[in-house]
Design a protein around this ligand. Structure first.
Ligand SMILES: [Zn+2]
Length: 60
């Protein structure tokens, strides 16, 4: 279990379809994993997971 936040490192970015309203992130597998969390992206262009700092960006 790590609370480290490494904004300096290359940030993971995932592009999602603009039809997606809710994003699920579980941080992937292994050490990067975290409990599944859901983020609403319906009114925003991007959302950052507050567990793993992964950035979800809506595609046009
Ligand atoms: Zn995450």
């Amino acid at each position: 279990m790590s609370d480290q936040v490494n904004l300096e490192n290359s940030q993971e970015v995932e592009y999602v379809s603009k039809t997606v309203n809710v994003i699920m992130c579980d941080g992937g597998s292994g050490d990067l994993g975290h409990p599944a969390v859901y983020f609403k992206i319906d009114k925003k262009q991007e959302v950052i997971c507050n567990y793993c700092n992964k950035k979800f960006i809506k595609k046009d």
